[in-house]
Design a protein around this ligand. Structure first.
Ligand SMILES: Nc1ncnc2c1ncn2[C@@H]1O[C@H](COP(=O)(O)OP(=O)(O)OP(=O)(O)O)[C@@H](O)[C@H]1O
Length: 371
């Protein structure tokens, strides 16, 4: 196991990067704690695979260093980094039994047979594969095969980190939640550093203690699932996490508070207008808005059912504002008014939460919490 530090990291696939867009990874300073469960979450093209390949040694970063427990491994080849990887598609040997597949990484490294037997039995039990260790691997279902891949990642005791790259892609939707909770349980049992790469917020939020959110080659926030929900450091995090995402409304500033459509709205991070520049917006999640006769007047545009909740599309002046209410909540037909919870309403400048600092919530992937 190891702490992993990415220091002053940048990567471009272009020979001579000039524009900002030429960088697949713009600038990263991240520390992944020894034994932590991390998710790397972001949309397609944000740089997740590039980052994984840099950690595993398949790619040398254009700038910066990779450290495992303060040892510089930037120039070490993959086979000397002791990393286990689980990919989207199960990587198994069809002609071998389940047990032989699990034993393969150990036998390959010359581990003695008594240890191999003990480890295979232990991992087989953890993954509920004990009853089928003697079966041919090719006869297993997709989720069974992916369990073997997971098992091969877990079986070695000398790995610094286990990286999962979208490991549930080929798993049936109804089995996904089972494997997801299995992975979480496995982390709690083995306490290895694990990095789970995904573009799916549910997978990231269920697996990880800390989620590293990336967008366009940058880390925009590192935090617990609660941090990301309650204190999005960037409007991208507000949009990307949550369903529906955070309301982001262009606004002015007066007396430190937000002004929208002529109304002053108190915020958690007031700021003097002269102290900020750039595109100013107010962000508040639909969950933190309620109908209240003492609130701001809105027009109701649409009401949609979302299971136990209803999503109400409203207009505040020229701006669209979504409100999430329990299914039993009465929605006023006329003269609707809304109240925004001040603690969860914040000002953003050029996407970044004002007052948190652009580097807040980034850096040490164990200390993501700010504001
Ligand atoms: N071999 C390559 N050569 C040139 N550009 C590349 C190469 N690999 C990735 N890129 C570019 O680098 C950026 C980051 O890509 P990357 O594959 O790391 O993102 P990702 O988040 O893993 O996306 P996905 O989820 O689709 O795999 C993208 O703009 C991509 O087009």
């Amino acid at each position: 196991m190891a702490k992993i530090t990415l220091s002053d990291l940048r990567h471009s696939y272009a020979a001579r990067p000039i524009r900002d867009d030429d960088w697949a990874l713009k600038h990263l300073d991240v520390e992944w704690r020894d034994g932590g469960a991390y998710a790397l979450l972001g949309p397609s093209g944000c740089g997740k695979t590039t980052l994984l390949n840099i950690i595993s040694g398949l790619l040398r970063p254009s700038h910066g260093r990779v450290l495992f427990d303060d040892r510089d491994v930037t120039d070490l080849p993959p086979d000397q980094r002791h990393i286990a990887q689980v990919f989207q598609f199960p990587v198994i040997y069809d002609t071998m039994t389940v047990g032989q597949n699990l034993a393969f990484p150990l036998r390959n490294r010359g581990v003695d047979e008594a240890t191999v037997k003990a480890r295979v039995a232990e991992i087989g039990e953890m993954l509920e594969l004990s009853g089928m260790l003697d079966k041919r691997a090719k006869n297993l279902t997709a989720d069974g095969k992916q369990k073997i891949s997971l098992g091969r990642g877990l079986v070695r005791e000398d790995v610094n980190v286990i990286m999962f790259d979208e490991p549930l892609t080929v798993i049936d939707p109804h089995l996904k939640w089972q494997l997801r909770s299995k992975l979480k349980e496995l982390h709690q049992r083995v306490r290895r550093t694990m990095i789970y790469v995904t573009h799916d917020q549910t997978e990231a939020l269920t697996f990880a203690d800390q989620v590293v959110v990336m967008n366009m080659g940058e880390v925009v926030q590192i935090g617990t699932p609660v941090d990301l929900f309650e204190r999005p450091q960037h409007t991208f995090v507000g949009h990307f996490i949550g369903s529906p995402g955070m309301n982001v409304v262009p606004c002015g500033i007066a007396g430190g508070q937000a002004t929208v459509a002529g109304h002053t709205i108190p915020v958690a991070n007031p700021v003097a207008a002269g102290d900020v520049r750039g595109r100013i917006e107010m962000g508040v999640r639909p969950e933190f808005i309620a109908f209240d006769p003492g609130g701001l007047p809105v027009d109701i545009v649409k009401v949609s059912d979302a299971g136990r909740f209803r999503i109400v599309d409203t207009r505040l002046g020229d701006h669209s504002v979504k409100v999430l209410v329990d299914e039993g909540t009465e929605i006023p037909a006329d003269g609707a008014r809304i109240v925004l919870r001040t603690d969860n309403t914040r000002l953003y400048a050029d996407g970044w939460m004002i007052g948190a600092g652009r580097d807040a919530g980034r850096g040490d992937a164990g200390q993501g919490d700010v504001a």
